[in-house]
Design a protein around this ligand. Structure first.
Ligand SMILES: [Zn+2]
Ligand SMILES: [Zn+2]
Length: 379
């Protein structure tokens, strides 16, 4: 099978590898779609602490079950599945409390095991969840990042009537925004710098969008919140400016949830201690999601409460990985989510080049029309 192997930092090679065989409790999946994540670049650059090499990137993926190992009950060959981006032990104190993303023996993809930028993968069946036929494989690959956004909204404990601010209209920010929206906030404000992303945030449910390059964001948030400040700030941008801004927006008893990777693993940022204590502000980090948050996200995506289709702007065959990574990293053609469609004919001009040039509107329209018509994805 074809496998895109990261042999060492900065070195990606498309290799032929033997097809993995599922062990007890495992399933073998034919990968259909895997989307590129910001974390991939962190790993590509050798910035992720403790990452094994060689490895195969790709922790946001979906596919079809080909084979089930011994003892697998809840899945069968032919099932369409989306998967967690990590494996948990199920028995440690965190797992027993349902906080699987805090698992003491967590096996992260691709840091400790190979990911999905390859034609086949074997994973423990417990991390795979079946999804319905109306969701395309590309959309299903975005359930994983959507679960991160969902977890951020959960971590912020948003109540109906809260004033919520999301900083950073990247993929996770746009997904967290949607997860916050259906918790009925009084206002839902997106702060960012790129006009097209802010327009998309409006379309996805932001009640206000502020371009921080043009408008003073603190004054704008005070205006929107009747001079109270934000009850919740979800930080989805990993810059010092964004971190600094997040600390200046909360109302008394406000919560700042940080769902962003800093530029490097050694980055240190300062906290405005006086505001932090005098206004009783809480700061909370969030990394990943629990199994039940993933399941809830899957349901929200399937029912249309979270729109992932609008985020998919580009698709590539695995063979065209250089172009795919460049498109994602440099946000060429307004790229938001770049998805590998694995096992499809890369030379089909309708599938790739032509539609990529028209960018995401066309992909989203195609997926949404099929969905409204109730036509199952034809892969
Ligand atoms: Zn990711
Ligand atoms: Zn555990």
């Amino acid at each position: 099978m074809k496998s895109l192997v990261l042999t060492e930092p900065h070195k990606l090679i498309l290799q032929q590898r033997p097809v993995p065989v599922p062990g007890p409790g495992e399933i073998q999946i034919r990968v259909k779609a895997a989307s590129i994540c910001h974390t991939d670049f962190f790993t590509l650059n050798g910035e992720y602490p403790g990452c094994k090499y060689p490895t195969v990137l790709g922790h946001e993926f979906s596919g079809i079950v080909e084979q089930c190992g011994q003892g697998v009950k809840h899945l069968k060959p032919g099932d369409r599945v989306a998967c967690l981006g990590y494996v948990y032990c199920g028995t440690c104190p965190s797992c027993r409390r349902g906080l699987q993303n805090g698992c003491r023996r967590c096996i992260g993809i691709p840091f400790h095991m190979d990911g999905a930028y390859q034609e086949m993968i074997c994973i423990p069946a417990v991390i795979a969840y079946p999804f319905d036929e109306l969701l395309s494989f590309a959309q299903a690959s975005l359930i994983e990042p959507a679960a991160n956004g969902y977890a951020a909204a959960d971590r912020a404990a948003i109540h109906a009537g809260d004033n919520v601010v999301v900083i950073g209209p990247g993929p996770i920010g746009l997904l967290a925004l949607q997860a916050a929206r259906f918790r009925s906030p009084a206002s839902l404000t997106m702060l960012g710098t790129r006009r097209e992303r802010l327009e998309l945030a409006s379309k996805l449910g932001a009640t206000e969008v502020i371009n921080v390059g043009e408008t003073d964001p603190c004054a704008a948030v005070m205006d929107i919140t009747d001079a109270c400040g934000a009850d919740v700030v979800i930080l989805c941008a990993g810059t010092e400016d964004a971190w600094d801004l997040a600390g200046r927006l909360p109302a008394p008893y406000g919560r700042v949830v940080v769902e962003a990777l800093p530029p490097t693993k050694n980055t240190r940022w300062s906290v405005p201690v006086f505001d932090f204590t005098s206004k009783s502000i809480s700061y909370a980090g969030v990394s990943g999601y629990t199994a039940s948050q993933f399941e809830a996200t899957l349901e929200s995506v399937q029912s249309g409460k979270i729109d992932v289709a609008s985020l998919i702007t580009h698709r590539f065959a695995l063979e065209d990985y250089k172009e795919a990574f460049e498109t994602s990293e440099k946000r060429k053609g307004g790229a938001i989510k770049v998805v590998f469609e694995i096992g499809k004919d890369r030379f089909n001009p309708i599938s790739y080049q032509a539609l990529n040039n028209l960018s995401g509107t066309i992909w989203a329209a195609k997926d949404n029309i099929l969905r409204v018509l109730g036509v199952k994805d034809l892969d």
